[in-house]
Design a protein around this ligand. Structure first.
Ligand SMILES: Cc1ncc(C[n+]2csc(CCOP(=O)(O)OP(=O)(O)O)c2C)c(N)n1
Ligand SMILES: [Mg+2]
Length: 345
């Protein structure tokens, strides 16, 4: 079970990271936080259809990993992955438009919240099928290896996914073939309302990786700098042809599993306020702001905060102004014909 007491208290140590990179970490985490807050509001107002799963509280593990890879490296995510393309540097307006089901969306409004894909930043797509990011990322890693490039592939998945067969099959294949894959378990301690201690046998996820010959590291997922260091080492190993690594990033989500239109979706029946409060004390943005205060003026930090808000506000205006897709476009972009083509003999 993840536990914040496992990690040292006090400020994260920057260990020689340049101020520009520290500032970029903060900017990307803030854009994700503001994006998710805005998405929650738009969902409540009925402007975003269907369930959405917010990653508020998990920004450090997302950004720390994404900033450790290159633009041409691959990434796949899951149902809680609005933040991942943002972390990897995607344009924000088409992401917000996609959540609203608009034609200017990154998937032309046909995918929505759980199916964001932005090939421009190596985001191969996300899926609501728990565990499916693992085989997608392993396939991308195999592709890189066969093509002889040094690209790396990241699989983001939750602690619930480690009980899915695809997780074990994917790690095993990546281990045997030394594929350039980094497996990032976004270990927020719960799968919907089930604590991982009630669903996962064994103490730590690292044991599962070790059994398959994949080295694993446990990292404080609220500390962007720590995640960046762990991810950078794993990426270096993958690029050098030494094979995959698993990162167990221990984190927390402050909201409920999904936004279903309820007014209070923060504290729910399956966890108590004290637990949420304990994790809130280690909020990744608060921690990182304190780190940044050591290398930047307060005015400069406030400039980053205003710019992040403006980025999301502009994206919302853009998304609102975009039209809905047309029914005639429904069958565009398909890889196969929907109906068998009539044959003549
Ligand atoms: C194969 C499959 N089984 C079950 C579900 C239903 N389901 C959706 S999200 C979820 C929990 C996932 O938990 P976790 O992997 O820890 O991710 P988190 O939501 O905590 O980020 C489940 C069981 C599903 N979508 N796909
Ligand atoms: Mg989880």
């Amino acid at each position: 079970m993840n536990d914040p007491a496992r990690f040292p208290s006090g400020l994260p140590r920057t260990l020689g990271i340049l101020p520009d990179l520290l500032a970029e970490m903060y900017r990307r985490m803030l854009v994700i936080r503001r994006f998710e807050e805005t998405a929650g509001e738009l969902h409540r107002k009925g402007e975003i259809p269907g369930p959405i799963h917010l990653s508020i509280g998990q920004e450090a593990e997302i950004v720390g990993t994404c900033l450790a890879v290159r633009n041409d490296d691959f990434m796949s995510g899951n149902h809680r992955s609005h933040g991942h393309p943002i972390g990897k540097g995607a344009a924000v307006p088409p992401l917000m438009a996609e959540l609203m089901g608009k034609a200017a969306g990154v998937c032309k409004g046909k995918g929505g919240s759980m199916h964001l894909a932005d090939f421009a930043v190596g985001s191969l797509g996300e899926s609501g099928i728990v565990g499916s990011s693992v085989p997608v990322a392993v396939g991308a890693g195999l592709s890189a290896q066969l093509r002889g490039t040094d690209q790396v592939s990241i699989a983001f998945f939750g602690d619930g996914a480690v009980n899915i067969g695809a997780f074990h099959e994917g790690l095993n294949l990546a281990s045997v073939w030394k594929l350039p894959v980094v497996f990032v378990c976004e270990n927020n301690g719960y799968a919907v309302t089930t604590p991982s201690s009630s669903s996962s046998g064994g103490a730590d996820i690292s044991g599962r990786a070790a059994a398959l010959g994949v080295p694993a590291v446990l990292v404080d997922g609220q500390n962007c700098v720590a995640v960046w260091h762990a991810a950078s080492a794993a990426v270096e190993r993958a690029r050098a042809g030494l094979g995959p690594t698993l990162i167990d990033a221990q984190t927390y989500r402050y909201r409920d599993h999904s936004e279903m239109g309820r007014l209070d979706s923060t504290v729910t029946s399956y966890r108590d306020e004290l637990e949420v409060e304990e994790w809130r004390r280690r909020d990744p943005l608060t921690l990182h702001r304190q780190v940044l205060a050591g290398v930047m003026s307060d005015e400069a930090i406030r400039g980053i905060e205003a710019a992040a808000q403006a980025t999301v506000d502009d994206a919302t205006v853009f998304a609102r102004q975009s039209p809905f897709p047309q029914p005639d476009d429904a069958f565009d972009d398909l890889y196969a014909h929907l109906f068998p083509v009539a044959r003549t003999y």
